[in-house]
Design a protein around this ligand. Sequence first.
Ligand code: AMP
Length: 524
Amino acid sequence: MPKNYNLACAISHHGREAPQAPAVVCNGQSLTYAELAERAAVLAARITGSPGWQRNKGQPQIGILASRGIDACVALLGACWAGATYVPISLKQPEERILSLLGQCRLSAIIADDIGMKLLTERLVAVCPQPIIHTSFAATSDRTTGSVQSVANPRTILEEPVLMTPSDTAYIIFTSGTTGAPKGVMISAGAVRHYVTTIVEQLGLRATDRALETCEISFDFSVHNMFSTWEAGASLHILPANKVMNAVKFVRNSALTVWNSVPSLAGMLRQVKALAPGSLACLRITVFGGEQLPASTVTAWQNAAPSSVIVNLYGPTEATVFCLAQVVAIPLPLTPERDVIAIGTPLPGNDAAVIDKDGQTLPDGSTGELVIAGKQLADGYLEAPELNAARFPTLNGKRWYRTGDRAIRDAAGRFHCLGRIDNQVKVLGYRVELEEIDAHLRVVSGADVVGSVAWPLADGMASGIVSFVDTSEIAAERIIDLLKTRVPPYMLPNRIIFLKKMPLNPNGKVDRSTLRQLLENDPA
Ligand code: AMP
């Protein structure tokens, strides 16, 4: 039998070997591995039993419109179990952006939870594939919308996850795109399988662990949270979005042993004084990743969670979640002249280097662009050959991903991230291309010259956006209202500033550093 790379295999395996072990818990509800496996298998049978479902026409893609919770887990496992690529669609985006995303995919079905169903406006349904399946299908009876015929026996089960090879696509995750449209990153089943097995081993996750989920399924950190937990046979405890500021209490009440989040969440908890000494004594592993980890956050965390090892994981979506790791010991492994933690060394199976603009590898201590190679590289962006050629070049016979991160490697072989060479920013953990905001800003404001910056900054992390436009023909409130129909809330500027003369750099582009300087001089 060839090895099956289907992401649902871990659920199927533990469903047989440890059927009563808890797999996922949220809002007072929980599913054992046997129950989760059964629900995924029911959903998969429903999908593969749909009229016109044919895997031999190429690998099908299934869109998942669900907010984080048990239903979202069942939905994406059902898609995986059926042998499909799962495509999470963020519920936080306006109709226009979902339309743009749907236009780029060739989805064969959609699985949606209650909130996802409500989002499906007439305009969206008109371009959505059929069937559209409600997540409750797997739990109780056959509830579908659209022109779907119901299956004769709703409890039909697809016994095993459909065989997937390493080159099949496991998921497509959309990230902010500079042109104004989000771009889809295609991750193969082989790449994610490699990541999951590697990270479980590196972190030493165990079946007795109880791990925290803080992410929506459209952010690839969720891939780490779900699949590393399930690979280990441990239980995943989903922190509901409305309880984020109660995370410490949640961890204590659920006796969690593994914390997973962006550092911003820990920073916010620190600001509201929720990180009392010893308040997270139950934790044995803390995973921070996805953005720079400030030393101040680490120090507060070490006091709150004295029994926990802290690991800083670095990686772009394009290299399957995380590809470099730094265990945070004392003395703190700091990046020189910055109060942030080093991003460490490549995880097994990954390679990293610092290159100059001609693609030549730089010696240790020189600043350049960080590039990644190895088993976790994405297959590329969906339908974007030019972007793929630019971002995934072959250098010295090897395929690399140009991260856009400015970095150095120190004499000990440890990498440090020094910021971006482009205009990508992280706003409270969300990846945002400032050009994507600008593209929409230009259209809705009618301004010729616009420029957005991440602001304000605290501990080097941005908690919002401020946009500048060179016209005052249209009111700021109106601009924001129009932007709301085009970009998700975390991309909305909290302020619009009208500037008659926009500062330009020698290339004639808007000079964002001068804009930031203006805010620093007059933060009001
Ligand atoms: P995403 O694809 O959303 O995970 O964003 C990837 C980008 O986030 C990277 O290219 C970095 O700019 C940043 N990033 C991710 N992890 C870290 C980290 N541990 N330290 C500093 N920056 C990070």
